[in-house]
Design a protein around this ligand. Structure first.
Ligand SMILES: Cc1cc2nc3c(=O)[nH]c(=O)nc-3n(C[C@H](O)[C@H](O)[C@H](O)COP(=O)(O)O)c2cc1C
Length: 188
């Protein structure tokens, strides 16, 4: 399976990167091809809301000339996309939210009978780390992710939240096992 992972933490050796690394190792050992995009090194503008992309239902069609159209192209050509983000203020980091907002250009005519999506049927998974628990903290992020999948017309391949994170070296063996199980699930 061709897999694109969006790494939304600026911390290259942080909790999210460590857990995503375990996920990637398992996916590769299962024979999958994974490209992880470190979003913080990319030029990512916010969506302009100009709706020019809606004029080109067969292609990404975003008018902005930053790094996002290429990232969206990689997402479109993947069978599975992993969204990996630390929990920032009960939501995505700015880096990954910029890409999420720009996926506005991947579909047309949402809520209409002729609603089409360039990623229809694709598997998408969410991985997040945070300092606090899931309850009363991370739900909003997971709700936003599931709602994004409606206009995308995609399949929820799996979700993983690892809470009580401090430093990567303090991540437990349980977290590693959860990452491996998550990897196995999202391609099953
Ligand atoms: C700006 C900022 C906002 C944060 N907001 C939350 C939050 O709302 N809930 C939470 O549990 N942790 C929050 N955290 C903690 C991080 O989500 C947590 O430390 C995470 O594991 C960091 O991941 P990283 O090492 O991959 O960057 C926040 C951290 C920062 C820097």
């Amino acid at each position: 399976m061709k897999i694109t992972a969006l790494q939304g933490s600026a911390r290259k050796k942080g909790n999210t990167a460590r857990i995503l690394g375990w996920v990637e190792e398992e996916l590769v050992s299962l024979g999958h091809s994974v490209e992880t995009i470190y979003l913080n090194a990319q030029t990512l503008n916010g969506c302009l809301g100009c709706a020019k992309c809606k004029e080109t239902p067969d292609s990404v069609g975003c008018v902005q000339k930053d790094d996002v159209p290429e990232i969206l192209g990689k997402m479109v050509s993947s069978q599975l996309v992993i969204f990996a983000t630390p929990l920032y203020f009960w939501g995505y980091t700015a880096q990954i939210k910029a890409v999420v907002d720009r996926t506005y250009s991947l579909y047309t005519n949402y809520h209409q009978p002729d609603h089409v999506s360039l990623v229809a049927g694709q598997r998408q998974a969410l991985l997040s780390t945070g300092a606090g628990p899931y309850e009363n903290n991370a739900e909003g992020l997971f709700t936003a992710f599931r709602r994004m999948q409606e206009p995308h017309k995609t399949v929820n391949a799996g979700e993983l939240y690892i809470g009580s994170c401090t430093t990567p070296d303090m991540l437990t063996d349980l977290a590693r096992r959860q990452a491996i199980e998550f990897a196995q699930k999202i391609v099953a």
